[in-house]
Design a protein around this ligand. Structure first.
Ligand SMILES: CC(C)(COP(=O)(O)OP(=O)(O)OC[C@H]1O[C@@H](n2cnc3c(N)ncnc32)[C@H](O)[C@@H]1OP(=O)(O)O)[C@@H](O)C(=O)NCCC(=O)NCCS
Length: 333
């Protein structure tokens, strides 16, 4: 079964409520109908119900079973304002500012507070909002999970060659959030991605900490960062199978892995690739997607206390449906 079909089946088995703040983007309304019809999640759409309903009718979309909620007239607004002021008090947040932010037309902060307060299990946004705006709202409302400082992201790269990774699937991180992770951040990215490999694919992660060097073949401060990250990750979770620093060919190809990193538990069979920075990771996933024809599912945000996922502004309705199913599965814990 295709990975997305497996994820959809899991989402259906234990229904979660997902909030879609961007009702003003018509793709969201088409997606809400599909998600509800397919039974993937319960959907709440934020905005003026009369405006949303009129748009849906004009588009021929049925919103039966979808809850429409207007932040500025919601009975929960006061409670959310107070909670947001408390969260941001060190930054000098006032009730007036909080109310303005929580009723801003993009609805991102209101949706985030719904997730934080348990009135929705997860959020999907970014069809209109930029990645930066979606992430900043999530950092400030939902916040990182306990013990996590660095929120990050990963992609499932579904390649055409089942010899790679896990029957052709490899997790790539962090391709979307942290431009220059330090060793601690890189370690947290590795640990979080390894845990998601287990959670979604049901197999032990074999994590390669990537570099332009394999096991000391070069020396450079950038390599030291990767080896330090591995040491930190091992302290955070000694049960994770990981190795580094490794070059990508040593990580993925048994013939090269055997030569460059003999005896490694990861070389030649990595199913999780941790890139040293956002340049390498973002360029890497796009090359594998475009040149090798792999399917890229993500970015999936990890490390938040509750799930919020970001869409590409060029996303299709199907992308929104898929990311909502992924978010619903994350929300199942
Ligand atoms: C994620 C991103 C928006 C954060 O931007 P930033 O300039 O660091 O944001 P700020 O400095 O305004 O920080 C906002 C808050 O988020 C927190 N934060 C920033 N990055 C964080 C992270 N990775 N994990 C947890 N918290 C984070 C900051 O500590 C800050 O908290 P505070 O307001 O309580 O002090 C930025 O790193 C970014 O643009 N990343 C690249 C995204 C991108 O363009 N990807 C393209 C590929 S899809």
């Amino acid at each position: 079964m295709h990975l997305i079909d497996q994820i959809k089946a899991k989402a259906k088995s234990n229904l979660r409520t997902i909030v879609l703040p961007e009702s003003y983007d018509e793709r969201m309304l088409y997606a809400a109908q599909k998600i509800t019809e397919q039974g993937l999640a319960k959907i709440i759409i934020l905005g003026d119900p009369a405006v949303i309903q009129a748009a849906a009718t004009a588009m021929g979309v049925s919103l039966t079973g979808v809850e429409l909620l207007e932040p500025k007239s919601s009975p929960k607004l006061r409670e959310y304002v107070d909670a947001f002021v408390e969260l941001r008090k060190a930054k000098g947040m006032t009730p007036d500012q909080a109310e303005k932010i929580l009723t801003s037309p993009d609805n991102l902060y209101y949706a985030g507070m719904m997730v934080r307060r348990g009135d929705a299990a997860g959020q999907v946004a970014g069809a209109t909002g930029t990645t930066g705006n979606v992430l900043k709202a999530a950092f400030q409302t939902v916040g990182p999970a306990p013990g996590i400082k660095t929120v990050s992201s990963y992609f499932f790269m579904i390649t055409k060659n089942p010899a790679f990774g896990e029957k052709g699937i490899i997790l790539f991180a962090d391709c979307a959030v942290n431009p220059n992770p330090d060793a601690q951040a890189l370690a947290e990215i590795a640990v979080a991605t390894a845990r998601n490999c287990k959670a979604f694919l049901d197999v032990e992660a074999r994590v390669a900490m990537l570099s332009f060097s394999t096991r000391g073949s070069s020396s450079h401060p950038d390599i030291n960062k990767v080896t330090q990250a591995m040491a930190i990750a091992r302290r955070i979770d000694p049960t994770i199978i990981m190795d580094g620093e490794l070059q990508a060919d040593a990580a993925l190809l048994p013939s090269v892995g055997d030569k460059k990193a003999p005896g490694s538990p990861v070389a030649g069979k990595a199913n999780v690739l941790i890139f040293p920075d956002l340049d390498a990771a973002n360029i890497g996933y796009k090359l594998v997607e475009r040149v090798a024809g792999a399917e890229a599912v993500g970015p999936i945000i990890q490390g938040l206390a509750k799930p919020v996922n970001d869409l590409s502004r060029g996303c299709s309705v199907e992308d929104i449906v898929n990311v909502t199913a992924i978010t619903a599965v994350q929300a199942q814990g």
